[in-house]
Design a protein around this ligand. Structure first.
Ligand code: CTP
Length: 400
């Protein structure tokens, strides 16, 4: 426990919900206390079926709360959320996840969560089929868009006997995550980060457009990562359907031209710009005023080049500004990425190849190589997009 320097004196509010993984919270509490944290615990009524409040109050050296009112006195949920430096909900069941997603307040834990002003992190635990249900990923995306953080589930033996994803992260991993969270939290304090994300739409006529398959997931993961590290984030984003984090300054755009205009304006005040958007390289020269009718057997569209945002920012870049671009390639990946690094005057180019199974549009994972101006190149394994965002920001911080 000697390695956890950041936990000393930190106030951790632990919310426990009704999953078999709740038994592991005894070790989690013990480890947090050993690392020097102060721990207060709230349980849902069903969590107390899995682990005794007496065990947890003994380990945390604090009374464990699980009802809003007890013997005529009221548990002050507002005070608890303000007291904590971090609220950790572990294990997080499907049920509490759905309540968090919808703001349902039917127990003390939910009252504290909904009134908490501190950051919140969740460590889900559920069986494989529940984990893979579309409502689970929908709700997880939604609560992350509110600014909540996620400690990913592990793959392994589940309570049902099945082997698969859904196990709560081990207590040691949760403590590691919390320690790193505090370590990272002010690394970008005072910095302004500009991120472009998503696709652009280029109109053909009033009902049709040219676009691409970008979903904006990588850009949103980057925005969350920078917020977590204390940056003020501006997100210039094409049309996407995934939720936008609450804490960003969101500038919605549709066309490549709109994204260009907003990027030029916002770059003036940015310390770091990360251009993850899939900007259309060509737009329709003369979009039709009315819907094009299918009278002709062949239709020709005249396209003209859009302005290259990354290149233009590279030309304006001041010495104290960092510029990071992406390169999505299907062939000659390395050569194309390095030539973009030079031609666009970027400090880093993040290469992802459509040939890698875990990379590309719409996926929850990505596989990247980071090319730096100084000639260094670092390749990473396939990881979740939030882990990839972490690797990108870590690399920049290490080198600058
Ligand atoms: N980009 C941009 N403005 C454009 C086109 C691309 O800012 N009009 C940015 C992207 O956001 C990305 C980088 O440039 O950060 C590389 O984009 P990519 O599509 O891989 O390359 P292109 O420069 O468009 O070149 P090509 O399509 O020929 O590979």
């Amino acid at each position: 426990m000697t390695g956890y320097f950041m936990l000393k004196g930190k106030k951790i509010l632990l919310g426990i919900t009704g999953s078999i993984a709740a038994y592991k919270t005894a070790i989690l509490v013990r480890n947090l206390i050993k690392a020097g944290a102060e721990v207060r615990i709230i349980m849902t009524p069903s969590a107390i079926e899995f682990v005794a409040p007496l065990t947890l109050s003994t380990l945390s050296k604090n009374e464990v709360l699980y009802t809003i009112a007890e013997q005529g006195s009221w548990a002050n949920h507002v005070m608890l959320g303000r007291w904590a430096n971090l609220m950790v909900i572990a294990p997080l069941t499907c049920n509490t996840l759905a309540k968090m997603s919808n703001g349902i307040c039917d127990n003390l834990l939910m009252a504290v969560y909904l009134s908490a002003t501190c950051p919140v992190v969740v460590a889900p635990a559920m069986d494989e089929d529940m984990w893979l249900h579309p409502s689970t990923s929908f709700n997880l995306n939604k609560i992350q868009s509110y600014g909540n953080h996620l400690i990913p589930v592990e793959h392994g033996e589940l309570a049902s006997g099945l082997i698969g994803p859904g196990r709560m992260a081990e207590p040691e991993k949760i403590v590691d995550w919390i320690d790193l969270f505090f370590k990272k939290s002010d690394q970008l304090a005072g910095k302004k980060v500009l991120i472009t994300a998503g696709p652009t739409y280029e109109s053909i006529d009033p009902v049709r457009f040219i676009s691409n398959h970008s979903t904006g997931k990588m850009g949103i993961a980057l925005a969350n990562e920078c917020i977590q590290r204390g940056a003020a984030v501006t997100l210039i984003c094409g049309p996407i359907t995934i939720p936008i984090p609450d804490k960003v300054k969101h500038i919605p755009v549709v066309t490549a031209a709109e994204m260009y205009e907003s990027s030029m304006l916002e770059f003036e005040n940015a310390d770091i710009a990360v251009l993850s958007a899939a900007v259309a390289d060509y737009t329709v020269k003369n979009p039709a005023e009315y819907k094009i009718k299918k009278t002709e057997s062949c239709l020709t569209l005249e396209l003209e080049k859009t302005r290259d945002i990354l290149k233009s920012l590279g030309e304006r870049k001041k010495e104290n500004q960092l510029l990071i671009g992406f390169a999505l390639e299907t062939n000659n990946e390395e050569a194309n990425a390095t030539s973009k690094l030079i031609s666009k005057n970027a400090d880093y180019i993040i290469l992802n190849s459509m040939n890698d199974k875990g990379a590309g549009f719409g996926k929850d994972t990505n596989k990247i190589t980071i090319f730096a101006k100084n000639g260094n190149a670092i390749s990473f394994e396939t990881k979740s997009k939030s882990e990839v965002a972490n690797d990108i920001i870590d690399t920049i911080l290490k080198n600058n």
